[in-house]
Design a protein around this ligand. Structure first.
Ligand SMILES: Cc1cc2nc3c(=O)[nH]c(=O)nc-3n(C[C@H](O)[C@H](O)[C@H](O)COP(=O)(O)OP(=O)(O)OC[C@H]3O[C@@H](n4cnc5c(N)ncnc54)[C@H](O)[C@@H]3O)c2cc1C
Length: 463
């Protein structure tokens, strides 16, 4: 059994890694320059060009569209958004409810546009199932369920152990919570289809073109500079590598494995007919999907962060992380004990110091950005992009304020991360604490969240 490690991600295994489009040929001018060809950058280009067809939009991508998290994620297209609770504290409950409602609609918006543009991304809208397998997790699950209802998610179902197992038989499950606001997707099919759709609209994409510096009205690359009144930074987990951004969003690793296609007998043991995306309530949580070709793709936090905000090499992940993920797989589904792990990979998320996603267009400079989605960016990037579209149109006098420009994450600023070695020590300490808390909750089998996790939440700014 050989496991492919890296190769960007399993999602490229069938098609291979794409041949990059032509790099920037020299100095050019544009109306809007988008830096980064992931979901955020491509959706932004898509919606802007749709709204204002005469706009000259250039996308600059360091490698190829979908090189980053958009080509490596778990394929949960769902309504979670990082920072909602903090936004409720800062702007009031109603503002956060509006943000959540917009996220619920975003899941369907992505599915709608994918269909309209002929992008077949293996979409299956089976909802999201979160399970608990310790009493402490069950307490958190119930609190989470109530919080979601308070933010307007009244169609969520709280499930007992048996009802949960009727959907997916996770060993030891004591309860679950299911929401319809989620779909399984194939991440690469979505990002590549989107790039094609954007290009067909007349947006110019230059790949193999790293932007070394962004300053007002300029995106600088080794091959030339794009001059544009609006330069929009959509670089998420890679942002720290840009000049002046070292201590903004921290590149947090997330790693995944994909099994071989599982035989019918194994699926009969597991269930999972509804193709829900699956998560748990552990502090160092896992996430999984049943792929269109009947594998399990499962992810979680391995080595959480590389010293100095470095990123991985084309998705390669550590052997210890692969083993840890395999252990989670087998603990969840003992029937997978003998199955091969075909692929392992990792990628980076953008984590702001206060764990809140944000969108911004600075009207004085024309510089904009969107991201800091932590682990919830597949749908959020679409909402962010439509918001950036509205902010550009507002600023250029083409349109007035909209419901999206009024959402509480617009214009949110956050302090920078600590310098090294504090950053490294902090993040590694945090995840060591979460793993310890998960083990202690399993051993104690009590309904209380472990105090170590509570302390870690307070220190990290997540609590
Ligand atoms: C393993 C993993 C699993 C995940 N699972 C989920 C999930 O199931 N559901 C969910 O909602 N979210 C998930 N996420 C998060 C989600 O994938 C991201 O939030 C989302 O894809 C971010 O999109 P983006 O376009 O902002 O960033 P990216 O997709 O990272 O795109 C940024 C792009 O910018 C390019 N770039 C960077 N620097 C430069 C530069 N200087 N010049 C030019 N180009 C540059 C990069 O090459 C990259 O293509 C996961 C992330 C990872 C890593």
């Amino acid at each position: 059994m050989t496991t492919v490690n890296g190769g960007i991600s399993f999602w490229y295994a069938d098609t291979g890694v794409p041949v990059p489009r032509e790099p920037l040929p020299g100095d050019i001018s544009a109306d809007v320059c988008v830096v980064g060809g992931g979901y955020t950058g491509l959706w932004t280009a898509y919606y802007l060009k749709k709204a204002v067809p005469f706009l000259r939009i250039t996308v600059l991508e360091r490698k190829f569209c979908g090189y980053g998290a958009s080509g490596r994620n778990g394929g949960w297209l769902y309504n979670g958004i990082a920072g909602r609770e903090r936004y409720a504290k800062l702007h009031g409950h109603d503002a956060a409810v509006a943000l959540q409602r917009a996220m619920n609609e975003t899941v369907d918006e992505v599915i709608r546009v994918a269909e309209e543009e002929g992008v077949d991304a293996d979409v299956h809208k089976g909802g999201v199932l979160e399970v608990a397998y310790t009493p402490a997790q069950l307490s958190r699950l119930k609190a989470f369920h109530e919080a979601e209802a308070a933010f307007g998610e009244t169609d969520r179902l709280l499930l007992g152990a048996r009802e949960t197992a009727e959907r997916i038989r996770v060993a030891g499950t004591v309860g679950g919570s299911w929401t319809p606001h989620g779909a399984r997707i194939h991440p690469v099919k979505l990002v590549q289809g989107l790039a094609r759709a954007v290009e067909e609209l007349g947006v110019v994409i230059h790949e193999s073109t790293p932007v070394t510096e962004i300053r007002p009205k300029h995106a600088v690359t080794p091959y030339g500079t794009v001059r544009a009144p609006y330069v929009l930074r959509c670089t998420e987990g890679f942002t720290a590598a840009l000049k002046g951004q070292k201590r903004s969003w921290l590149p947090m690793n997330s790693s995944m494995i994909a099994t071989e296609p599982l035989p019918k007998e194994v699926w009969e043991t597991i269930g999972w007919q509804g193709r829900e995306t699956l998560g748990d309530m552990a502090h160092a949580y896992m996430y999984a999907q049943r792929t269109a070709d009947d594998r399990i793709a499962l992810g979680g936090r391995g080595v959480p962060y590389r010293y100095g905000s470095r990123t991985d090499n084309d998705g390669r992940t550590q052997a210890a992380t692969v083993e840890a993920l395999r252990e989670i797989l087998v603990r969840f589904f003992p029937a997978t004990a003998g199955v091969a792990i075909d692929h392992a990979w990792s990628g980076v998320l953008g984590v702001p110091r206060d764990w809140c996603a944000s969108v911004e267009l600075d009207r004085a400079t024309g510089l904009g950005w969107a991201g800091g989605y932590v682990g919830s960016g597949v749908a959020t990037a679409n909402l962010a992009a439509r918001t950036l579209r509205d902010l550009v149109r507002l600023d250029s006098g083409q349109a007035g304020p909209t419901e999206l420009t009024a959402l509480p994450w617009v214009g949110h600023r956050v302090r920078r991360w600590e310098p090294e070695p504090l950053r490294w020590l902090g993040v590694h300490g945090l995840y060591a604490a979460y793993r310890l808390a998960d083990r202690r909750e399993l051993d104690a089998y009590s309904a209380q969240t472990d105090p170590v996790a509570r302390a870690a939440d307070r220190v990290s700014g997540r609590g």
